[in-house]
Design a protein around this ligand. Structure first.
Ligand SMILES: Cc1cc2nc3c(=O)[nH]c(=O)nc-3n(C[C@H](O)[C@H](O)[C@H](O)COP(=O)(O)OP(=O)(O)OC[C@H]3O[C@@H](n4cnc5c(N)ncnc54)[C@H](O)[C@@H]3O)c2cc1C
Length: 528
């Protein structure tokens, strides 16, 4: 690994990728596998390249939420991870997994091993794939269309094309500044885990997948004191359950235009499935190949409506968890070590070594109080980029090389992963993938979506580079619109290839959720 130690401008790279989580790493892997002799740099501020936040955990209790045989890193070979596991039993043994099944939920750290292995293989191929540890804090356009990237160390790089694979940002980062040490907002930091394990009651705000992860860690480490979990609706991710697949029931050429229409249609299908004794999960999963199309078929008002009324319900049913994880949560509750609350935080009052949290229970006007030692915000990533303290994002916003998307759930992006400015114009040579694209695609977070994005973006970059080479050879440059049409065609092709477990979107959930929520059990789970 290289550290950017000196301040000279390095020889230009064809592509510089900022962020080496799954998304950035897989773009690098695809570029290297193409063997075109490119100069590529993969940069990350953390020391564990290829893992990112999700697969950087060292706790083998933290499991994937997608079965092993569906987690392949390549869109045209989703069984690749499972085959890799069979050939690397030592990695499984190291994580105390002694039996491998296609439907197993494997520790996330083993998936990180897999991506690191792909990166190692890619680096052994001809061409240059530098990995550089630094935080990029600024990016400026240069004459001739290239970019200069500036590292926190003061180092400089030049790149013809830049990929921003920045991932998710911590929840409510700005809020942290206004509170004391008792308030924490980074659920992945080891020092946060250590503080939560100290004797005394604690409060975790949010009941999503990350909170469940924490419960698995605290189950082992927290010996004294209760864990309080508080969220507005008290919805937990639903556990996976094996079920046969369900046929597609929406017409791709006539998708619902409103959240309400979607709800109605999905509710109708759920009722029919239920009458035949079919579980709700495959019905929801059958929507996946069309999810992005449904989202994009909504106008901004309908997208907002969906987010406001159905977002939480969709997320907890679409992004499910391994059943073993829900079992731990239920056990902790039964043992009295975990107490779950529904409501809204009204305020905090530090009192000596503790803090008094006032919250309003959902559906009431009363105020309840909890006295705890630490509070951790686990409310999901901050996705309104205007509120982030991230130095690179702030600089990009100032330079109009990045803009918040109209829904404030990511960056303003265009087809093909182009980053857009405030006016929605694409910035040539600047791309992104992953959670930054949530506004345009809604579900742009999990590997089944990101593997397609990484392959498509790498193919596009190779095309641009080939065209540039060609145009400098014959002076005949290609227009952006030609390239964009090519990307569209590739994406359409890719969408056709996707299996039912492969895509993401949000629209149809509405109806299902409406029906399902009426039948929710007191602890927030859907009945089997
Ligand atoms: C806890 C957790 C569990 C998950 N489990 C699953 C799962 O089981 N299955 C699934 O499909 N998906 C899962 N996901 C979704 C997950 O987000 C994606 O699978 C994927 O890991 C996202 O990768 P990414 O590269 O886009 O982002 P990240 O993994 O967040 O990586 C972004 C990287 O960019 C770096 N970076 C950011 N800014 C800079 C900068 N300025 N300079 C240098 N480096 C920078 C960061 O250090 C980081 O390493 C999970 C997510 C989380 C958070």
């Amino acid at each position: 690994m290289n550290n950017m130690m000196n301040n000279e401008l390095r020889a230009p790279y064809d592509v510089v990728i900022v962020g080496s989580g799954y998304s950035g790493t897989m773009v690098a892997v695809h570029l290297a596998r193409a063997q075109r002799g490119l100069r590529v740099a993969l940069i990350d501020r953390s020391k564990t390249f290829g893992r990112g936040v999700a697969y950087g955990t060292t706790d083998p209790k933290h499991l994937l939420n997608v079965p092993a045989d569906q987690m392949g890193a390549f869109p045209d070979d989703i069984g690749h991870f499972y085959r890799w596991l069979k050939a690397h039993s030592a990695n499984l043994e190291a994580a105390a997994i002694h039996e491998l099944r296609p439907d197993a939920f494997i520790p996330r750290l083993v998936f990180g091993d897999y991506i690191q292995d792909l990166l190692r293989e890619a680096r052994a191929l001809p061409g240059t794939l530098d990995i550089i540890r630094d935080e990029i804090v600024d990016l400026t356009p240069r004459e001739g269309g290239s970019f200069q990237l500036i590292g926190k160390s003061g180092s400089k790089l030049e790149a013809a094309q830049v990929v921003l694979a920045l991932g998710n940002f911590p929840p409510g980062e700005a809020e942290q500044k206004t509170k004391g040490d008792w308030f924490m907002n980074n659920p992945y930091a080891a020092e946060v885990h250590a503080k939560l394990a100290e004797p005394g009651d604690i409060l975790i705000i949010g009941t999503g997948l990350t909170s469940l992860d924490l419960l698995l860690t605290l189950d082992k480490t927290k010996r004294e004191g209760k864990i309080h979990l508080l969220s507005r609706r008290g919805l937990f991710p639903q556990p996976h359950k094996e079920a046969a697949s369900y046929p597609a029931f929406l017409d791709p050429d006539n998708l619902p235009k409103t959240a309400r229409a979607l709800c109605r249609r999905v509710a109708q299908e759920l009722r029919q499935a239920n009458a035949q004794g079919i579980d709700w999960r495959p019905v929801l999963d059958s929507l996946r190949p069309l999810n992005q199309a449904i989202w994009r078929n909504f106008n901004p008002t309908e997208q907002r409506r969906f987010l406001r009324h159905l977002g939480a319900l969709w997320d907890t049913h679409r992004h499910r968890c391994a059943p073993e994880i829900m079992a731990v949560k239920n056990r902790l509750q039964a043992e009295g070590r975990l107490v779950c609350h529904q409501g809204y935080v009204k305020g905090y009052e530090p009192m000596g070594g503790q803090v008094e949290v006032t919250y309003r229970p959902r559906g009431t006007t009363q105020e309840n109080k909890l006295r705890v030692r630490h509070v951790l915000s686990c409310t999901g990533p901050q996705s309104d980029y205007r509120k982030l303290n991230d130095p690179l994002v702030q600089q990009l916003l100032i330079r109009d090389l990045l803009a918040a998307d109209p829904l404030r759930i990511g960056a303003y992006t265009a087809e093909g992963g182009y980053v857009c400015n405030r006016e929605g114009q694409v910035i040539r040579g600047l791309y992104t993938l992953g959670p930054t694209q949530k506004g345009r695609l809604y579900e742009s977070v999990a590997v089944p979506e990101l593997r397609g994005q990484a392959a498509d973006l790498a193919a596009h970059l190779l095309n641009v580079i080939a065209r540039k080479d060609q145009s400098s050879a014959d002076g005949n440059a290609r227009s952006l619109s030609d390239l964009t049409s090519e990307i569209d065609a590739r994406i359409a092709d890719h969408t056709r290839l996707l299996t039912t477990t492969d895509v993401v979107d949000s629209g149809r959930l509405c109806s299902q959720f409406a029906t399902l929520s009426a039948r929710r059990t007191p602890n927030g789970e859907r009945p089997a």
